[in-house]
Structures are given as structure tokens and as C-alpha cells.
Design a protein around this ligand. Structure first.
Ligand code: G3P
Length: 225
């Protein structure tokens, strides 16, 4: 399973890109609204300089022609740009038209296996089930991820399953076990997932023991007898 960062924050992306684990980035209008001073184009181009992988840029039109206009413009910014459209009939229409033009799509706001099936039939590159938002309303978000993975495997569909709306580190593990191709993770969740108290405790005691060892090397050897 590949890890994407779910953010438009350049500093967060710069840091995680250094870790060597980052394969792509997803953005959306909410994440863009948290950036300041840069245009949509500048943010996406800046991300493309930092990460060599798919970068999702979201359209806001609700009709296929509008999505096509926006998406064609975004696709010119960088070859790694993937166009995000919502899970509605106009979105699937846009996906099928983008595909004919060789433009990759990420169908977002997916909350049902039927929506995922239709996105794959239309030719989506990525489907994004929002598992955290389903958990928020007492539905089982991870079960949706499992169902989509099963359906795509049974019917040999090539669309990649991207677990989105990840809320905590266990979601990453569960998405990997469910067979998701990608998990897109907010920086805070990814940072929390890096930590383990036993790792910190182990480093601390190794450093103290190394100091002891260095000290013993500086003492003259005791003369026996
Ligand atoms: O990529 C968008 C998706 O991950 C949204 O997450 O936390 O707003 O439900 P959230």
C-alpha cells in the first residue's frame, strides 16, 4: 500500500518527502483554503517539485463540461496532476471523457460500493472512499473499503482504491489489511503513526549505555593482582 499525504501545506509535504515514504498528495478545496498567499496553480506546481507521484487537484463544477474545462487546465500544470471529481453522474461522465483525452481522474466523496463500481466502469484511475466520515455517522467506513477492494478484484477492475478521510494511525493499518492500494493521510495522523514510546525509551537507554562505554574507554585499564 502506498502512502499519500492529504494536505496542501508545502512544509508538511517537504518534511514527509524527506522520509522517503511518500508516493503522492491529495488536495481538496478545504485543504486549499488553509493555505495562504499562493494560487491553486502555484500550490500544485510547488507540490509537484517536491513529490514524484500523483497529485490530486479538485474541480468545483457540478456539470461535466465545467469539470472538463477545469481539469484540462489543471492537467497542463504538470503531468502528475490527477483530476478530482465528485461521485455523481456528471462526475462519471467527466471521467469517461477525461479518459479519452488521456487525463487521469480521482473520483472523490465516495460513500457506497455502487458509486465505486460506477467510477471504475467510467474509467477512473482512483476511487476515494471516505471512511472517517462514514465512521462519524455510525457506519463502518473500513467495510466500504473492503467491499470495493473485493468488487474490483472479482471483476478485474484496474481502478486504484485510495482510503481517504483517515482519522487515526489504526486506520492506516486497517486500510493496508483491507487491500487498499493507497492511503491518503493527514500530516498529524502520519506523525502520530511514526511514534512508539518503546522506540524512544530504547534510543534513550542505548545513548546512555554508549556514554558509559565511552567513559570506560577513557579510564586507564586496571592492573590485575
Ligand atoms: O482527501 C479528502 C479526505 O481525506 C477528507 O478527509 O477528514 O475531511 O473527512 P476528512
Amino acid at each position: 500500500m502506498r502512502i499519500f499525504l492529504d494536505t496542501a501545506d508545502i512544509e508538511e509535504i517537504r518534511e514527509v518527502a524527506r522520509w522517503g515514504i511518500l508516493s503522492g498528495v491529495t488536495t481538496n478545496p478545504t485543504l486549499m483554503s488553509r493555505t495562504s498567499g499562493m494560487s491553486h496553480e502555484d500550490v500544485i506546481k510547488h507540490i509537484a517539485d517536491l513529490v514524484d507521484g500523483p497529485i490530486s487537484a479538485e474541480t468545483i463544477s457540478l456539470d461535466a463540461d465545467g469539470m472538463l474545462d477545469e481539469g484540462r487546465r489543471f492537467a497542463k500544470w504538470h503531468p502528475n496532476v490527477v483530476i478530482k471529481v465528485p461521485s455523481i453522474p456528471a462526475g462519471w461522465e467527466a471521467v469517461s471523457r477525461f479518459k479519452k483525452e488521456g487525463i487521469r481522474t480521482n473520483v472523490t466523496l465516495c460513500f457506497s460500493a455502487n458509486q465505486a463500481l460506477f467510477a471504475a466502469l467510467a474509467g477512473a484511475y482512483i476511487i476515494s472512499p471516505f471512511l472517517g466520515r462514514l465512521d462519524d455517522i455510525s457506519e463502518d467506513g473500513m467495510q466500504l473499503v473492503r467491499d470495493i477492494v473485493d468488487i474490483y478484484r472479482i471483476h478485474e477492475m484496474e481502478t486504484l482504491v485510495l482510503a481517504a478521510s483517515i482519522r487515526h494511525p489504526l486506520h492506516i493499518i486497517e486500510a493496508a489489511k483491507a487491500g487498499a492500494d493507497i492511503a491518503t493521510v493527514p500530516y498529524k495522523v502520519l506523525e502520530a503513526a511514526t511514534k512508539h514510546p518503546l522506540t524512544d525509551k530504547g534510543i534513550d537507554s542505548f545513548l546512555k549505555d554508549w556514554e558509559k562505554f565511552q567513559g570506560s574507554q577513557r579510564q586507564p585499564a586496571a592492573v590485575a593482582g
